[in-house]
Each structure stands twice: as structure tokens, then as C-alpha cells.
Design a protein around this ligand. Structure first.
Ligand code: SF4
Length: 467
């Protein structure tokens, strides 16, 4: 997928004027955001569970090599094969070879962010394969030729009316508006595709070192049909998805559903362990796991290793005021919202992704709700420091920050300057209490008035109150 993150501001401005998008995004607050709050309140040990989730991921990352080797050994014992891919090109090549070896013409896929990260669909299609997404949201955006706009709800940016129009355009027939009937129509079409598929490709929410299992979580049962019906099942997952034991998987699953959608558990959770065995009624004849690195092992020894704890629940974006206004497509690459603002510069380089760590108010809601306690604002701040070092920040902002830094190191001078600035702003407001324009504040006053400081600087007011 071509990265367009440099156009974040322009795309976010367009998103704010898109009434349909704003309606669709408003649904996240009443749906998933409120659902998470209810689910967390109902579970007394939720906060301890978050600590445990963080500890499991930290422990695994500290011994990643051991758990990955253990996972591979278990997969081989069960009759499967593990393929190691250093980067996106290697992973695409491996998947294509596996499809060719299976004599495949048609491939079904359940939702996988890793497949998005490596641009798998476009690659397989360019090589003559028919690829059908089976997750309803992914199916919808595949028809629209769009990338996902959310980790959990790839089509969350669309309204029901837009989906009705889309189905008329692609399926023909009368316009359906009833949600259940729309789902029924997609199901009718997808059932046939499942039966025709030679290869099924799924992602994995977790890989279990103890058993060699891949865990998939869906609400539609599409991963089960994708992996169970074709002759070959390919799991494509990144290195950090490995965890030690089945018990750890259940701890993280208890966090995942609650954090993502407010569900205590997703409707379908499946542990896939190897290919079909003698006596099994169904299942694939061949089972492959493609393990993608793509820069992750290099993150392990850096401050960004904390990002590898991410279990892709989407809670950070569901609670981010910037994401909820701009939508996922503004971020211009696969990963969106606060987690995308940290991950995207890692994958495409800070030069191509520098607007993203700035797309945050640093309100801290993302960190407050992250089930594995990733310090997202701190990681975004690290990227901002990198922008500054690489002179990617405009000269005015750089000089402004330098000046502020120099003052902040001299508290007396800082207080004096702040008092002087507060007085100057009060004078400019001429008793109206607000300013329609102010020097260096065009970004603020372009859309709203700037309140003039009342009662002195913050520090003066603080001191007075303490007295
Ligand atoms: S960063 Fe945290 S909240 Fe965001 S998707 Fe990952 S696990 Fe969920």
C-alpha cells in the first residue's frame, strides 16, 4: 500500500467536512467506547488483568527467540511448516509459492492486518489469483477498493446507506436497507466463494509456543470457514504474536474482546493446531505459518519495543479525539489512530510519516484504555524528538521550541516572560476577554477566538491559591 501520511492535514480537513463520515464515526462513541466502559466496570479484576497482559507480553518479548523456536518446533511436530520472512517482499513471495504449489486459482482470506501491511491482495491478484475477503467489513472495502479505516471495523467509516448503494452496484438486484438483509446477501455470495477456494489465508491474534496453535478471533465465523474448507491453510502473522501458553492466551482474550467492542468474548475463538489428522472430518491437508519480521526484531532493543505488546484491539483509536474526527483514512497507511501514529513512522520512516505523531492532543486517553498499558503519548513524543533532530519540523516551530527550551531552563526568566506575554495579550484584547487574532497563534484563531489570560499567569494563580 502506498503511504500518503504526508497528506494527513489535508485529508483530516476533508474528513471534517464529510457529513457521512462524521455520522459513521459518531457511532464509535455510543458503540465501542461505551461498550468498553461497561465491560470494564462489570469485571472487578479488569485492572489486574491489564497488568497481567502487559507482563505476559513483556516476558515474551524478553525471550522472543526462545518462544519463536518453541512455536516452530510444535508446528512441525503437528505436521505443519513455518516459513520465516524478513520483509514484506519475502512474505509475499512465500505466500505466492505456497499458492502455486497448491495449484490455487481462488483464495479466501479472513481479516489480517499483516496482509494489509505487505500488500498481499494486490500481489496475489497481479499474479493471476482471485482473492476474496470474507470478513464483512473487509469484503465491503474490497468492493470499494479501499484500505481499512479501523483495526476492528475496517468499514466503520461507511453508513448503512452507502453499503446499500454499494451492494446494488456490485450484486445487482433491489436496494436492501435492512442490516440483517444486507448481511444475508453478503453471506449468500461468500458461501459460494468458500466452497470454490483452493487456499485459505488467515491472520492470527496469537500464536501459542506451548502447542504450536494459531488463535483467530471473529464475530462472523468467517475465519473458521476460511481455514477449514480449502485444501491449504496459510497463517500469516508477525513475530510478536507469539505468547508462551494457552493460559496466557485466555488472559489476553479476556482483555481483547472487552477492550475492542465491549464483548466479554468474541463470538468465535478458534485454536488451529496443524493440518487435518486421520479421522478428522474436516480441516486443511496442509498447514503453513508465515512469520513476518519486517523491522520488528530491530524494535526489540529500542524504546519502541513497548509497541510490540499491542494486541490490535482498537481501543486507543476508539477513544482518540483526533481519530474520531479525522477517521482512519487520513492517516494514510495501514495502521491508524494513536497506535498507527507510533507504528507507521517505524515502517515507512519518520520522513514519510512525520505528521502522524503530531496528530495527537496528548490527552492521554489512548494510554488510559490500552489493555497492555502501552505508553502511546510517550512513544509519540519520542518521534517528535526525532522529527526535531532530523529538522523535519518547520523552522518557525524549531526556533520557537529552542526559545521555549532556553527559557524553561531559566525559571526566573521564564516567569518574567510569561507575565509579560499575559499582560500583552490582555492589552491586545482591549477588555473584550478574547482575541480574534494574535501573533504566532494563527492556527488557533483561524477557527476560534483565543481567550485572553485573566488573573495573571498559571504559576501566579497557583501560588496565590496555595497561600
Ligand atoms: S495500542 Fe493498545 S489500545 Fe491501541 S490497538 Fe494496541 S493494544 Fe489496543
Amino acid at each position: 500500500m502506498e503511504a500518503t501520511s504526508l497528506r494527513f492535514r489535508e485529508r483530516a480537513a476533508g474528513a471534517l467536512e464529510n457529513a457521512q463520515l462524521q455520522t459513521a464515526l459518531a457511532g464509535i462513541k455510543v458503540g465501542w467506547q461505551a461498550g468498553r466502559a461497561r465491560a470494564a466496570a462489570r469485571l472487578p479484576e479488569f485492572e489486574q488483568l491489564r497488568d497481567l497482559g502487559k507482563a505476559i507480553k513483556d516476558h515474551t518479548l524478553a525471550h522472543l527467540d526462545l518462544y519463536l523456536e518453541a512455536f516452530e518446533a510444535r508446528v512441525v511436530e503437528q505436521g505443519g511448516k513455518v516459513h520465516w520472512a524478513r520483509d514484506a517482499a519475502e512474505a509475499r513471495g512465500i505466500v505466492l509459492e505456497l499458492c502455486r504449489a497448491a495449484g490455487a486459482r481462488s483464495v479466501t482470506k479472513s481479516k489480517s492486518m499483516i496482509a494489509e501491511e505487505i500488500g498481499l491482495n494486490a500481489w496475489l491478484e497481479a499474479n493471476g489469483l482471485r482473492v476474496v475477503e470474507t470478513d464483512l467489513g473487509e469484503y465491503i472495502i474490497q468492493l470499494r477498493r479501499e484500505p481499512p479505516s479501523h483495526l476492528v471495523g475496517p468499514a466503520v467509516h461507511l453508513t448503512k446507506d452507502q453499503i446499500s448503494d454499494l451492494f446494488v452496484e456490485h450484486h445487482g438486484g433491489p436496494r436492501i436497507e435492512e442490516p440483517a438483509a444486507l448481511v444475508g446477501e453478503a453471506r449468500r455470495i461468500l458461501r459460494q466463494r468458500y466452497l470454490e477456494a483452493d487456499v485459505g489465508i488467515t491472520g492470527a491474534n496469537f500464536l501459542i509456543a506451548e502447542t504450536g496453535s494459531a488463535v483467530t478471533v471473529t464475530n462472523e465465523g468467517n475465519a473458521e470457514l476460511t481455514q477449514g474448507l480449502p485444501r491449504t491453510h496459510i497463517v500469516i502473522a508477525s513475530l510478536e504474536k507469539v505468547i508462551p501458553t494457552v493460559e496466557d492466551a485466555f488472559t489476553l482474550l479476556r482483555l481483547l474482546g472487552r477492550s475492542a467492542t465491549g464483548q466479554e468474548f468474541s463470538a468465535y475463538t478458534t485454536f488451529v493446531t496443524g493440518p487435518k489428522r486421520p479421522g478428522d472430518l474436516d480441516g486443511p491437508e496442509a498447514f503453513h505459518v508465515v512469520l513476518l519480521d519486517n523491522g520488528r526484531s530491530a524494535m526489540v532493543g529500542t524504546a519502541f519495543r513497548e509497541m510490540l505488546r499491542c494486541i490490535r484491539c482498537g481501543a486507543c483509536m476508539n477513544h482518540c479525539p483526533v481519530y474520531l474526527a479525522a477517521g482512519g483514512h487520513a492517516y494514510g497507511w495501514v495502521y491508524v489512530g494513536p497506535m498507527g501514529s507510533v507504528l507507521t513512522p517505524q515502517f515507512i520512516g519518520i520522513e514519510q510519516g512525520y505528521p502522524l505523531p503530531n496528530a495527537s492532543t496528548f490527552c492521554g486517553r489512548c494510554e488510559e484504555v490500552c489493555p497492555v498499558r502501552i505508553p502511546l503519548p510517550r512513544l509519540m513524543r519520542l518521534w517528535r524528538e526525532e522529527q526535531f533532530r532530523k529538522a523535519l519540523v518547520p523552522p518557525t516551530a524549531r526556533w520557537g521550541l529552542r526559545l521555549w527550551g532556553a527559557l524553561a531552563r531559566r525559571p526566573f526568566l521564564y516567569r518574567l516572560t510569561a507575565r509579560w506575554a499575559a499582560r500583552a495579550l490582555r492589552l491586545l484584547a482591549r477588555g473584550r476577554g478574547r482575541l480574534a487574532a494574535a501573533p504566532l497563534a494563527g492556527g488557533w484563531t483561524g477557527t476560534r477566538d483565543l481567550p485572553a489570560p485573566q488573573g495573571g499567569t498559571f504559576m501566579d494563580q497557583w501560588r496565590r491559591r496555595r497561600r
